[in-house]
Design a protein around this ligand. Structure first.
Ligand code: MG
Length: 207
């Protein structure tokens, strides 16, 4: 296991699992819905997630993270697949109340500590058969597979690279399965990509 990546940019995908889109009352988009999280939100395994006083509803979103290994611009899916450097566990922590009231998601997704990232995989596992599991205080809350994604990992990288050049070290968070839920001070939330990467973080009030 290597140390936590610090991406130049973090491109996230919304509503990439049918059941998660439904649980929040949304349709699955016709093309990938993307947004950015700032690199300043990144924390490592063991660091606390700080609940900002501006939000009353901070939620976990366990996700499969893809680390880019080669510059990608207007890449085909085959080129994108061969440019994957590694896989990481990501928690796309979200202030759900602010996401709804703001419309734009930058504040809801961008607080410091809102992007726990696990250590990068050694080598590249089968991108079509990755399992993501989220646990809160040891209890399983989410389970999904990359096989259930609306848009596959190579498709997502190709699509994003047709909008913005992806650089080595950039991170793609590929969307969360159903089961998202609220975090409270004292909780411990863990996202695991089975056999690949794991990130566990205590939850604390803002300092
Ligand atoms: Mg998400």
């Amino acid at each position: 296991m290597s140390k936590t990546v610090l991406p130049g940019k973090i491109v996230c995908v919304g509503r990439n699992y049918v059941e998660h889109a439904k649980e929040l009352g949304n349709e699955v988009p016709k093309s990938p819905l993307i947004f950015l999280k700032p690199p300043s939100a990144v924390i490592a395994d063991g660091d606390p997630i700080r609940l900002p006083s501006a939000s009353q509803q901070v939620e976990f979103e366990g996700e499969i993270g893809v680390v880019v290994g080669k510059r990608l611009s207007r890449a085909s899916e085959a080129e994108a697949r061969s440019a994957v450097r590694g896989i990481v566990a990501v928690n796309d922590v979200t202030a759900r109340d602010l996401q709804k009231t703001d419309g734009q998601w930058t504040r809801a997704k961008g607080f410091d500590s809102f992007c726990p990232i696990g250590p990068e995989s050694n080598g590249i596992p089968d991108l079509g058969n990755l399992t993501v599991v989220t646990r809160v205080n040891g209890e399983e809350r989410q389970r999904g597979s990359s096989a259930q994604m609306v848009f596959s990992i190579p498709m997502l990288l190709s699509y994003i690279s047709n909008i913005m050049t992806l650089e080595p070290g950039d991170l793609i968070a590929t969307g969360t399965p159903s089961g998202v839920g609220r975090l409270a001070p004292g909780d411990v939330v863990e996202v695991e990509i089975a056999g690949v990467s794991r990130v566990s973080n205590p939850v604390a009030e803002s300092s």
